[in-house]
Every structure is written in C-alpha cells, then in structure tokens.
Design a protein around this ligand. Sequence first.
Ligand code: ATP
Ligand code: ZN
Ligand code: ZN
Length: 745
Amino acid sequence: MFCQVIIDIVHENVASPFTYRIPEGMQLQPGQRVSVPFGRLQKEGIVLSLTEQCELEANRIRNVIEPLEEYAAIPPELMNLAEEMAREAHCPLAETLRLMLPAQMRGGRVHVKTERTACLNVTREEALSAAEREKRSPKRAALLRFLADENIHTVKEITSLVKDPNEALKKLAADGMIRLESEEMLRTPGNVFEQPEDPGFTLTPGQEEALEEILPCLNGKGGRFLLHGVTGSGKTEVFMAAVRSALNYGRSAIILVPEIALTPQMVSWFRSRFGPVAAVIHSRLSPGERFDEWRRIRRGDARVVIGARSAVFSPARDLGLIVVDEEHESTYLNDHHPQYDAREVARKRCDRENATLVLASATPSILSFARARRGDYMLLEMPRRVMNRPLPEVEIIDMREELENGNRTVLSGALRKALKDCSARGEQAMLLMNRRGYNSFVSCRTCGYVVKCPNCDISMTYHMASTDGLLRCHYCGQMMKPPAICPECGGKYIRYFGAGTQKVEEEVHKLLPGVTTVRMDYDTTGGKDGHGRILEEFRSGRARVLIGTQMIAKGLDFPKVTLVGVVAADMTLNLPDYRSRERTFQLLTQVAGRAGRGERPGRVIIQTYKPEDPVIGYAAGQDYRSFFEDEFRRRRHGLYPPFTLLVRFLTESVSEDAALAAANRIEQGTRKMLEAHPEWQKKLLLISNDAPSVKVLRGKNRRHVLMKLLVSREADEMIAAMNELSREEYENAEVWFEVNPTTMM
Ligand SMILES: Nc1ncnc2c1ncn2[C@@H]1O[C@H](COP(=O)(O)OP(=O)(O)OP(=O)(O)O)[C@@H](O)[C@H]1O
Ligand SMILES: [Zn+2]
Ligand SMILES: [Zn+2]
C-alpha cells in the first residue's frame, strides 16, 4: 500500500502531495498525521489518500516512518473542506490543512497527559478472598482491598492510601490479579465566571415563530437562516433552543462569537446549560488545555463548541448546527494567510454536512441581508424586544452648538444631566468612545507640527500620567515622551487635542465625584482575563459607569443599564473605507441597544458634529431596513461590494523606491494579463496605483494597487492569475494580496 502525503511546509515547491510506502503492518487512513523522511530531514505530514498501486519506481519510494496518532486527526469532511478552501484561495493545501488542527499539535510539542491506573483483573470476590490469603505481604492485601472499591483506581489515589505501592502493584500485575494501564487525562479549563441557573423562560411568540422554522431542519438536510432581531429581542434563547434540539437528535453544534473574551455571559450560560458536553475554545487557554478541548471534540465527548472564528474548523461529530452570533462583526474575517471568512466556511460546512446555519444579528451585514432578500437564507425577523420592552429613546446632540454655547468639554449639557439623573436613581450608564488614551494628537500651536510616530505615518496618542504620561502609536506600540518644544520651529506652546477614553473617564469623575467607573479598552484588558474582570465589576453593580471603545458594544446584556452615551459618533464615519457607513450604523445601533434591556426603559444620547447624516438618523431610530435600502443603493451606484470585488495588492518595503517598483510591476503585470485575455477587460472597472492613507507603517513604506472587478466567472480566473502575480519574488519588497480586504488603510 502507498499513500499520498501533504508535507507540512507552506511553499510552492512542496505544494503537491508526495508518495510514500506504508510498511507492512502499519494501518493508515486519510487525515492521519504521519512522520515521513523528507530529503535528509524528518517531517510531519498529513495523509491525503491511499492507493494500492504506484507508478513510481519501487526503489524511489520511501517508507512512512510512523503515524503520529492512532486516529485521523482531520476527519474526512474537514479534509474536503481544506481542499476546497485551498482551491478557492489559490493557496497550498498545507496552508488550509493547518487551520484544521490546533497549532500546538504541529511540531509535536504537546504531550497527552496520562495517568497511571490500576484495576482488578479478577472479580471483586476473588480479589477479597485473595487478600485474605495474602499473608506474606500486608501491602498487597491492602491494595487488593482498595481496588475492590470501585471508586479508587488511579495510582496517584492509591499512593495517597498506601505508601510506595509500585513494587507491590507490579507483583500483583505479574500474578494476573490486576492490570496496570495508563489513561488519557483531559485538562478541562476552569470557569472564571459564576454559573447562572437556567432561567427557564417561556419563549415569546417571536422566539417561538423563529424556532418553528429552524427546528424541523435540525434532524434532516439542514437549512440556512438569517435571524434578524432587534437588540434585546432574545436571539440567544432562540439559538440555545436550537442547540438543545440538535443535541437531542444526537448531533453536535458550533456557536461562533466575535470575540470569546467579550462573551462571558454566553459562555457561562452554555456551561451551565450543557455542562461537560460543552467545549469552550478560548484564546487564553493554555496550549495543553486547548489541545485537550480539541481532543474532547474530536472524540465526540464535547458536542457543543463555542469559540471565535477558528472554532468553525472544530472537528465536531455529526454536525447539526452552526450559529454565527453577531454575524456582522469583522472579526469573522481572517486576513492573514490563508484569507477566509468564517461565515462562508460555516456555510460550506453546513452544506456538506447537511447541517443548519443560523446567522444572527440586530444589524446584519449588507452582504448577508442582500442574500436573505434573494432567498439564499430564510429571513427570520424579531422586530420586538422580549416582554414588549420598548426600544430606547434616542436623542441626537449637535456638538457644534455645544461649542457655540461655550462648552469645550467632551460631554454635552444633555449628557451631563442624564448621567447625573441616572446616577441619582442608582442605575448604570455606558459611554462609548471609540479611541483609547487621553488626547488623540499633540501639535505645535505656532507652526501646526503634529507629533507622528517615527515608524508610522500616524499621529501619536497621549496617554495620561496615571499610566505613564507617554505618547503612543496605536499601530506599532512605539512610545515617546511628549516634546517640550516643537522639533520643527522650536516653539514652546504645545497643545493637546482630541479625546480618548481616559479623558472621558476623567470628565465623568469630575461630574460624579465618588462614583466608581470602569474603563474597557485595549489598555485595560491585557493580562489574563482582563475583560472578564471589568465586565464582572460592572455586572455586579460595584461600578456605575462603564466607559469603553467598541468592545462595549458587542452583545452585552446588563439589565441595569438605562443610559447609553455615544461621545463622538463621527469617529468611524470619517474613515476612508467604503464600509465606514455600515460600520458606524452597526456600532451606534448596537451600543444604543445596550440601554433599557431590563425592567426600566432606556435612554440614548448620541453626540455628533454631523447630526444631519442619515446614518446617524437610521441608527437613532434602530431602523435597519431604511439603512439597508439606502446603503444597498449607494453600493450599487458606486460599484462597491457586493456588486463588485475589491482587490488590493499592498507592497511594503523599508525602501520607498522598492515599494513603488513592486507596485508598478504589479500594475504592468495586470495590464499585460488583460492584453492576453481581452474577455477580462470589461470585467475590470478600475485600477489605481497609489499611496494608501497610511503611507508608512512600522517603518515600512507602503503602496497599494487597487482594482475593482465585476462579480463574474471571469473575475474568479482573474483573481487566480493575480494571486500568482502576488506570489512572485519582488526585490526588497513584500507583497500582500487580498480580495475584499478587511481594512483599506
Ligand atoms: N422568553 C424570554 N422571557 C423573558 N426574558 C427573556 C426571554 N428571552 C430572552 N430574555 C432576556 O432578554 C434579554 C435579551 O436577550 P438576548 O441577550 O438574547 O437579546 P439579543 O437578541 O441577543 O440582543 P442583542 O442583539 O442586543 O445582543 C436577556 O436578558 C435575556 O435573558
Ligand atoms: Zn512648531
Ligand atoms: Zn507606529
């Protein structure tokens, strides 16, 4: 027998499989990891297929050294998926196969934790009577009696009862009285959150209706749904019930969340409701824990998996359901090699494995909603909050007027008053400020010089003295002392402009002395369980005001929050990206939706310099439909995705010339391609070669070639050709190729 093996090296030259002979007596199956000779080295690989015959000369074929596990690490469904993804992303199969395994497994650095066990090889009665007869060794007699008690079986437990039992155990094993074995132990990660009781709600009519559509699919051929329910409509209960039903049918389920650290509530709900059949894939698991969770899933012991985007590759047995919660989040996109969209992968898996896909959001992505309208997903709508709770009342504050009235602080009069009232009533508030730090930029009053990062073409942010009083670059982490005099003109008047979360927190302290606040942003959430601690501080009621970046907008459910303030709504709206309107709408609607989820009604205050912008109005009215229609029209008109595909080549080099030369070569290469394929020409709507909005990043000069392609069959071939182009060697420059890139910066 022979097998084709994909070597775990991502390189053009080793992209195709290599053939090895399977030595006599070795059993292998596709998906199994093996160790093979490769050149003068020994490498890991994955068995792709088995064959009886082989065309190569017998003496040129080498033997598989050994399987790395007894079982196929990658089940057949995932082998197929990896092949399809490699084809579509035009990348080596080794690259997509890596997605299917926990990183710790490659290179063999994890070990399976085992524990030695002892158990009787005879009946209890025989053991007890043998213990009577065991006059020569009281130790052996004691061991037999202990082992007759079924609760004791690990050697560790025995050691705590009988001193130095090893010799005696060996003798008993040699006599055939007992068996010594080793058992795989799994490290089940601890839970840092308290376990809530299952509340056992009676479902609302809206929830019932949605479930009535989903449930019949779970035991059959599957289905695809977009669950669009306003904030607080109870979408979580709907998919929890669906998960339970899938389990009842003996199938498993995967729940994807945008970022697991931000969903402690959901995680603890899952743990408390599904107990040990739930596996949580958390980025802060230790490598060993992660590997063990993966093995529990692979063995079918864990049948509900909850995790961020990479959990979509979990080897769940008999997959029945994949839920993508907050499906509009951009964290579902992986922009590193290989590029993938977890929502698309989920859809592929469901199709192949006859499973049901449920995408859930209060603000679906334009792409998903457009598909639902086309009938590709069944649209399930829940337009009302649970218990008919009202959606929050939203007020828009024009910050230009505040300025005219002499208010130069970050909080408007209305927001100040609302915060005071809320605090006086003993309720909680959340404030969104989508920038961390204290001041957003520092500049010279005399000449206008702005302090920028020496490595990046980006202004530095001032972080307050309580952290370190330094300027920081939010892109590369560079830090420096704020200048005392202007390096350009020598001027002495340095001004600090703009605001970040630290400044907002300071303003709140001034306004509400003695009130405890918590801040949640990149600076405060480092360390083990930074998010969990902050959320718990707020959930418990110890902190009254939560101030944070967009992290606080994601699906949190705090019933005591009655006020939400958006300090600067325009921040995301002004980004140079065709999705900035969509992102702003989602962010504002989501954060507004955090208010009034409990018994008391909520109020939202949105501060903006552009109150007339329709996006702000749609968000204020939680009017998804109008936003969608407007945005869809705009995308069609401006020829943006989903009507077109945006393709971007990004070149980076320490040398400005090399980055430019690479971009020019790409542009010329593309133009040549078009000459060779006249039928491609009308599919290409635009080709531009210029500097991106961030011209220098982490010390590298950047340049990008942007193209717009009409969605078509030709576009697929063009992308394949362009991908080839991007993988060529460029002198002194790196080239990144992306289709519909996550960021245009
Ligand atoms: N049938 C029900 N009866 C009473 N309360 C419910 C019911 N279903 C859900 N809830 C409660 O309503 C609140 C909102 O539910 P949930 O968090 O699932 O909303 P959601 O639709 O996911 O909202 P968002 O999109 O804003 O995250 C939660 O506190 C939840 O416990
Ligand atoms: Zn100056
Ligand atoms: Zn920088």
